[in-house]
Unconditional design. Structure first.
Lengths: 346, 540
C-alpha cells in the first residue's frame, strides 16, 4: 500500500517535471524566432568553412551581427525565387556566376557599385552591376600519382577520350554548378557538335558521374579513379588529407582551349531588409582583410591584383577559356539538354 | 502493453457517430486543421505537375524505369527488414534468450541512426576503397575490389538495416499484448512449434507486421539520403536532381506527384489487406507469457540476435567513433556547437508533443465519424508522409511566405513541416491502440451520460497511455532526424543536428560530422531510454 502511494506521488512528480520541460521547450524557442530583424542574413552556397571566418571578422570590425544560412548554391537560389513575395535573405553568395546571371534576368538582385567592386576584372562581375566575383576557382585535371606515372599525365581534357583512360575517369554531375559551367564553356567556344562528340567519347570511356566534387577528389585520392575533372581548391584539400594527388591546369598551350575560371559571386537580394549592411559586407569581402581570409581559408584564386595568392597559382599565370558569364547563362539550358540526352545521370 | 486475459475474439465494429453539436463542431475543427495543414502543399504539387508542359529529361520511359527501381528498392528493403525484425521480436519477447531486456532496448537504436549516416559508415567500411577492401588487398598484396556497397543491393541492405525497428516495435508490442494461451493450447493439441508459429502466431501478428512493414516501405520510398549516397537512381534523387540543376520546378513537381500517387496506391492496398479481418484481443487483466526454453538453441539464437544488432548498431557506431579522432576534439566540437543540440531537442520535442495531442484527437474523432470520412481523414494525413522533404520544403516556402509571412521565417514553419510529414505515425499508432479496446467499455461510459471529452480523458487516454509515450518517442525520433525539409525551411542561424552533419559532410570535415552524428544519435535515443525506464517503473 505504502509503495503504491509513493509510486503515485513519484508519478505526479514525474508529470510535473515533464510539464516543466515542455514549458522550457516552448519558452526556449521564442528567442530564436524574435530579434532577427536587425541582423544581416547571408545565404551562402560557399562552404561554411570558407565563409564563416570572414563573417566573424566582419562582425568584429563593424559590430553588425550576421545570421548565416549555408546550403547548396542552386538550392538557395531556388529559395530566393520562392521567397520573392517577402525576401528573407539580404545577401547571396554563389559558387558560380551563371546562376547569378539567371537571378539577374528574373529581377531578383539589386545592383551595387563601389570603388572596391571596380577593382575586380570586368569579366568577373556583372555588366548590369548586380553581382561581383570575390575569388576564383579553375577547372583542373586531378590525378592519382600512384595510378598515373608522371610521363602519362594528360595535359589536355581532350586526351581523356583516349581508350587508355577507359573506366578511370570521374566528374561531378550538373548539380555541381561548376560542372555545368565547364560543359557550357565547351559549347560556347567549341560548338555543340564538337562538344557532343567529345562527351560521347568520355562516355565511351565509362566516365563515372558522381554526386559532388567531394566525391571526385576523394575517389581520385583514394584510388577509386585515376583521373577526376574538378575545381582547383580540391587539389589542395586532397593534399591536406595526405592523399597522393597531382594537378594539371589543362590546355594551357597558346591557341589552346585554356581552362574556365569560375568566380564565387556575391549579390544583394532585391527587397532585402538590410541592404546597407549587405553592401558593407561586399566591400569588406573585397578589402585586403576579407580577401586574405577568403583566399587562405579555401585555396581560392584572388581576383584583385596585389592580393597574395600564397601557394595557389595567381590568376595571371592561368590561361583562361574566353567566355563571358552572360554567354554561359544564355547557353545553359541548351547545354543541360545536350548532357541529359547523352546520359540521364548528368 | 501487457493487458491480456480471458480471451475474447470479437469482430470489431465501428461506434455510433458522436452526437451533440459540441462534438460535431469539434470534428469539424479537427478536419479543418488537418485539411489546412496537408492539403495546400498537395494542391500546389498537383497544380505545378499539371502545368508541366515540357518535361525536359522526364520521359515516359524514364518515369517507368524510375518507378520500377523505386518500388523494387522499397519492396526488397521492406522484406529484408521483416526478415531481420520477426525472429528478433519473437526471440526477445517469447524465449529465454540471454540479455533479452538489453536486446529489446538495443533493437530500437537503429531508428535513431538516420539512414544517410548509416550509409556513410557502410561506405567507409564496404566502399570500393573502404576499410574492408583495403585490408583484404593488403593481405594478398595486390589491390583488388572484393566488395562494393554502391548500387541497388547496397541500398536494399542499408535501408532494411535502419528501418527494421519499425516492424520490431509493433510486432514485439503485439506479441506482448496477445495472449500466449492460444499458442499454448495449439501446442498442447499436438501442433509443432513451427506449426504454431505459422498457423497461430503469424496470423495474429499480421496487422502489426503489415503496419510496421508499411512504415518501413514508406520510409524507403521517400528517403533521399541513403539512395543518393549509395548512387541508386530513384524518385527522390531524380526530384532532387531536377530541382537543383534546372530551375523549372514543373518536372520536379510531376515526379513528386507520381511518387504521391504510388504512395496512395500502396495505402489503399494496405487498407484492403487489413480490413479483411480484425480481432479485438485486449480485455482486462494481465497475464505474462512463460518464456519458451530455447535449450541448446539458446546460444545460436543469441549469435543471430548479436549479428543483427552488430550490423545495425555496433558497426555504424563503431565506424563513427573511429572517425571522431581524439576525446579532446570530441569535447571541443561539443562545446563549440552546443546550441544546435538545444535547437534540435526543442524542435523535435514540440513537434512530437503536438503530434501526440493531435493524433489522439484525430484517432478518437475518426472512431465516431462515418467510415468514409475516417478513410479520407487518415488517408490525407498519410499522404503527407509521402511528399519528399525537399518538395514539401519548397512548397511550404512559397505558401507560407506568401500567405502566412508571420509564421514563415520562424521555427513554427518547421513544426508545420514535421507535423505534415509525421502526424501519420501518431494517428496510426493511437488508432491501432484504440482499435484494440473493446467498444463496450466506451459504450458503457456513454450510456452513463459521460461526454465524449470525458470518455477520451478518463477511459481511453489512460488505457492507451503506453502507446501515447511510444508514439511520442517515434515522432520525436523522426523529427530529430529530418533533414531535407529542414535544410530549406530553417530560419537563417537556426541549424539542427542533421543540418550540421550535412554541412560538415559536404565540406569533407568527417571528424566533425562524426561527432555531430554521434550527438544526434545519442540525443535521439535518450528520450526513448527515459520513456522505457519510466514505463518499467510504472511511473508514466
Amino acid at each position: 500500500m505504502a509503495s503504491a502511494a509513493s509510486a503515485k506521488i513519484e508519478g505526479r512528480v514525474v508529470r510535473v517535471v515533464l510539464a516543466g520541460v515542455l514549458f522550457a521547450f516552448v519558452a526556449g524557442l521564442l528567442p530564436a524566432t524574435a530579434d532577427a530583424a536587425d541582423r544581416l542574413v547571408i545565404y551562402s552556397g560557399r562552404k561554411e568553412k570558407a565563409i564563416k571566418p570572414v563573417v566573424d571578422e566582419f562582425t568584429k570590425q563593424t559590430g553588425i551581427r550576421v545570421d548565416l544560412k549555408v546550403g547548396k548554391t542552386s538550392g538557395l537560389a531556388n529559395e530566393i525565387r520562392m521567397e520573392k513575395a517577402h525576401q528573407r535573405g539580404d545577401l547571396y553568395i554563389s559558387t558560380e556566376s551563371g546562376i547569378v546571371e539567371i537571378l539577374t534576368k528574373e529581377g531578383l538582385l539589386d545592383p551595387y557599385q563601389s570603388v572596391a567592386i571596380k577593382a575586380v576584372p570586368a569579366d568577373f562581375r556583372s555588366a548590369a552591376g548586380t553581382w561581383t566575383g570575390i575569388s576564383g576557382r579553375a577547372r583542373i585535371i586531378l590525378y592519382n600519382k600512384n595510378l598515373v606515372p608522371e610521363k602519362d599525365v594528360p595535359r589536355s581534357i581532350f586526351e581523356l577520350t583516349n581508350p587508355t583512360w577507359k573506366g578511370k575517369l570521374a566528374i561531378a554531375g550538373t548539380r555541381e554548378r561548376t560542372t555545368l559551367a565547364w560543359a557550357t564553356a565547351l559549347v560556347a567556344v567549341k560548338g555543340e557538335t564538337f562538344t557532343r562528340d567529345y562527351l560521347k567519347g568520355l562516355h565511351a570511356n565509362d566516365l563515372k558521374i558522381l554526386t559532388d566534387n567531394t566525391e571526385v577528389w576523394q575517389g581520385v585520392g583514394r584510388g577509386e579513379f585515376a583521373i577526376g575533372l574538378t575545381n582547383s581548391p580540391n587539389y589542395y584539400l586532397a593534399r591536406q588529407a595526405n592523399l597522393p594527388v597531382g594537378v594539371v591546369y589543362p590546355d594551357q598551350e597558346s591557341g589552346g582551349f585554356g581552362t574556365p575560371v569560375n568566380p564565387n559571386a556575391v549579390a544583394v537580394i532585391k527587397g532585402a531588409a538590410n541592404p546597407e549592411a549587405a553592401r558593407k559586407f561586399i566591400d569588406f569581402l573585397l578589402s585586403p582583410d576579407g580577401q586574405r581570409i577568403l583566399v587562405t581559408q579555401d585555396y581560392e584564386i584572388p581576383l584583385i591584383a596585389g592580393v597574395d595568392s600564397s601557394e595557389v597559382p595567381p590568376l595571371q599565370s592561368i590561361k583562361r577559356t574566353a567566355v563571358t558569364a552572360q554567354r554561359l547563362a544564355d547557353l545553359e539550358e541548351a547545354t543541360l539538354k545536350l548532357l541529359t540526352s547523352l546520359n540521364p545521370n548528368w | 502493453m501487457t493487458q491480456a486475459g480471458p480471451l475474447t475474439l470479437t469482430p470489431s465494429s465501428s461506434l455510433a457517430p458522436a452526437s451533440g453539436w459540441l462534438a460535431q463542431i469539434g470534428t469539424f475543427v479537427l478536419l479543418a486543421v488537418v485539411g489546412l495543414l496537408v492539403l495546400p502543399p498537395l494542391l500546389y504539387l498537383a497544380a505545378a505537375a499539371l502545368k508541366a508542359g515540357e518535361l525536359g529529361a522526364v520521359t515516359i520511359g524514364s518515369l517507368v524505369g524510375l518507378a520500377a527501381m523505386t518500388l523494387s528498392l522499397a519492396t526488397l528493403a521492406t522484406i529484408w527488414a521483416m526478415l531481420l525484425a520477426l525472429p528478433l521480436a519473437w526471440l526477445v519477447i517469447r524465449t529465454d534468450l540471454p540479455f533479452r531486456n538489453l536486446c529489446q532496448w538495443l533493437a530500437v537504436i537503429p531508428l535513431a541512426i538516420p539512414s544517410y549516416i548509416g550509409a556513410m559508415s557502410y561506405i567507409a567500411l564496404l566502399g570500393p576503397v573502404g576499410s574492408v577492401n583495403t585490408w583484404l588487398s593488403s593481405l594478398i598484396g595486390a589491390p583488388q575490389q572484393w566488395v562494393n556497397i554502391y548500387g541497388f543491393w547496397g541500398g536494399v541492405f542499408v535501408l532494411g538495416l535502419f528501418t527494421y525497428p519499425y516492424i520490431f516495435l509493433l510486432v514485439s508490442a503485439a506479441l506482448e499484448a496477445t495472449n500466449p494461451s492460444i499458442e499454448e493450447t495449439a501446442r498442447s493439441l499436438g501442433e509443432s512449434p513451427l506449426g504454431v508459429f505459422r498457423r497461430v502466431t503469424l496470423p495474429m501478428l499480421r496487422p502489426s507486421i503489415l503496419a510496421g512493414g508499411l512504415l518501413a516501405f514508406l520510409y524507403a520510398l521517400s528517403d533521399f539520403g541513403s539512395p543518393s549516397l549509395l548512387r541508386v537512381q530513384v524518385f527522390t534523387t531524380a526530384i532532387y536532381h531536377q530541382l537543383n540543376t534546372r530551375f523549372d520546378q514543373a518536372a520536379a513537381a510531376l515526379l513528386s506527384f507520381v511518387l504521391v500517387l504510388i504512395t496512395i496506391a500502396v495505402l489503399v492496398g494496405q487498407q484492403m489487406l487489413l480490413h479483411r479481418r480484425s480481432y479485438v484481443t485486449i480485455t482486462g487483466t494481465a497475464r505474462l507469457a512463460r518464456p519458451l526454453h530455447l535449450g541448446r538453441w539458446r546460444w545460436p539464437a543469441a549469435l543471430l540476435v548479436g549479428a543483427v544488432l552488430g550490423l545495425s548498431v555496433f558497426i555504424p557506431l563503431g565506424v563513427l567513433l573511429a572517425q571522431t579522432g581524439s576525446v579532446g576534439h570530441f569535447l571541443e566540437v561539443v562545446r563549440e556547437q552546443g546550441d544546435y543540440i538545444k535547437n534540435s531537442l526543442l524542435l523535435a520535442g514540440l513537434a512530437a508533443t503536438l503530434a501526440v495531442i493531435l493524433g489522439l484527437l484525430i484517432a478518437f474523432t475518426a472512431r465516431h465519424t462515418p467510415p468514409r470520412t475516417d478513410a479520407l481523414l487518415s488517408g490525407t494525413i498519410q499522404i503527407g508522409y509521402a511528399i519528399p522533404g525537399t518538395v514539401l520544403g519548397l512548397s511550404l516556402i512559397l505558401l507560407y511566405n506568401t500567405y502566412v509571412p508571420w509564421l514563415y521565417g520562424t521555427v513554427g514553419v518547421l513544426v508545420v513541416a514535421y507535423l505534415i510529414r509525421f502526424l501519420t505515425q501518431s494517428v496510426q499508432g493511437v488508432d491501432a491502440a484504440l482499435a484494440g479496446i473493446n467498444p463496450h467499455l466506451e459504450e458503457a461510459a456513454r450510456s452513463l451520460a459521460a461526454s465524449p471529452w470525458r470518455v477520451l480523458r478518463r477511459i481511453l487516454a489512460p488505457l492507451v497511455r503506453p502507446t501515447l509515450f511510444a508514439v511520442w518517442a517515434l515522432v520525436f525520433i523522426s523529427a530529430m532526424k529530418e533533414l531535407d525539409a529542414t535544410l530549406l525551411l530553417r530560419p537563417a542561424g537556426f541549424d539542427t543536428l542533421p543540418v550540421r552533419v550535412y554541412i560538415h559532410t559536404v565540406e569533407a570535415e568527417y571528424a566533425r560530422a562524426a561527432v555531430m552524428a554521434l550527438l544526434l544519435i545519442a540525443f535521439t535515443a535518450l528520450p526513448w531510454m527515459v520513456v522505457t525506464r519510466l514505463r518499467e517503473k510504472k511511473l508514466v
